[in-house]
Ligand binder design. Structure first.
Ligand code: KG4
Ligand code: ZN
Length: 334
């Protein structure tokens, strides 16, 4: 079979990224321009600033992705782009760039769901075994997705309020830690003890849904009440206790879902998959089973375009094509 080279473009949040992937699994280039420094002083991503940075960066990042790969446009089979979910203004820059390039270079256009991208980041490391369970934990998502074949996604659990990463970022803000707070809490947690018993939202017995807003409020209340009473908790202990609660629920529900659905593989995806505590807990839990656990290396956990090219390759192989009417969809369903 002829080799396939897919160009991926990702601009759904605060990373401008372009990548070229061969046959859905081999990364030839993976260029990511992060805007984190520009958003830090606002304590979160400012949509207007994100869009402007994407406009400034996209052609430079594209050029670099070609340079790194050693390929040129003649080699490219199709252009894959994140169509949603994400910030609408940010998504539009990538979608419009992809449409303009597809038109100018005469290449097929393939829209990709951002979460499908996070899932397929794992396939850049190891081939999928179906049925497969994916735990997606990012700044905007907390989902358990069952896949019976390539390109098919069944959401069996999701957050009813805050995403796991969102809870990390909000708690970090309370502790006066810089944005994004996840990595800082992760680091502090390793130095503290989980001495505070924060709530765990298990929800209904048979539910694989999640809820993190109660936990977030509990942490905020604890800090306020302690201040009023003149009690001080060590930041490290608050971080460790909060993290213990998040990880306990995520890992326990993932294991239960994996057993119930008899899956052949469990994969983890999204920015929070970088969390050392979560990785360790999942590894410990799945070691007791015969189910292989796959967690991507850190560089593939956070937003990048190699994952979009990888998921786009499957869409392309399955004959899915987008037209010139492709639009950014901030609340696109998986
Ligand atoms: O997937 P991602 O890069 O962007 C979204 O699509 O949301 O995820 C970003 C999220 C942020 O909330 C960030 O705080 C969190 O991932 N994150 C972490 C860690 N590294 C990044 N959360 C906990 N522990 C980490 N080590
Ligand atoms: Zn993401």
């Amino acid at each position: 079979m002829k080799d396939k080279y897919i160009l991926g473009i990702e601009t759904s949040c605060d990373e401008t990224a372009v990548s070229i992937v061969k046959n859905g699994r081999e990364v030839l280039s993976n260029v990511v321009a992060s805007q984190i420094e520009s958003h830090k002083r606002f304590g979160g991503v400012v949509p207007e600033i994100a869009s402007r940075h994407h406009v400034e960066q996209i052609t430079l990042v594209l050029e670099e992705a070609f340079n790194e790969s050693g390929l040129d446009w003649d080699d490219i089979d199709a252009i894959a782009v994140t169509e949603g979910p994400g910030l609408v203004g940010a998504l539009l820059i990538g979608v419009n760039a992809a449409k303009a390039l597809a038109f100018a270079k005469g290449k097929p256009l393939v829209g990709v769901h951002h979460i499908a991208g996070h899932i397929y980041a794992n396939r850049l490391e190891e081939e999928f075994q179906f049925p497969l369970l994916a735990l997606i934990v990012s700044g905007g998502h907390t989902e358990l997705v069952l896949m019976k074949e390539h390109g098919s996604y069944e959401v069996i659990g999701e957050t009813r309020d805050d995403a796991a990463g969102e809870a990390y970022d909000k708690v970090a803000r309370m502790l006066n830690l810089p944005y994004p707070g996840g990595p800082h809490i992760d680091r502090l947690a390793a130095e503290g003890d989980a001495v505070i018993d924060f709530p765990r939202a298990w929800l209904e017995e048979d539910s694989f849904d999640f809820s993190f807003s109660g936990l977030k409020s509990a942490v905020i209340n604890k800090i306020h009440n302690a201040k009023q009473k003149g009690i001080t908790f060590k930041q490290e202990d608050i971080a460790a206790s909060f993290q213990a609660s998040v990880i306990d629920v995520l890992a326990t529900k993932t294991l239960k879902a994996a057993m119930q659905h008899n899956v052949k593989q469990v994969i983890v995806a999204g920015g929070v998959a970088a969390n050392k505590g979560l990785r360790a807990e999942l590894e410990a839990k799945f070691k007791e089973t015969t189910i292989p656990l796959l967690i991507p290396p850190l560089r593939l956990c956070t937003d990048n375009a190699a994952m979009i090219a990888a998921a786009g390759t499957i869409n392309y192989e399955q004959g899915k094509r987008s037209g010139m009417d492709l639009n950014a969809n901030p609340s696109l369903l998986l």
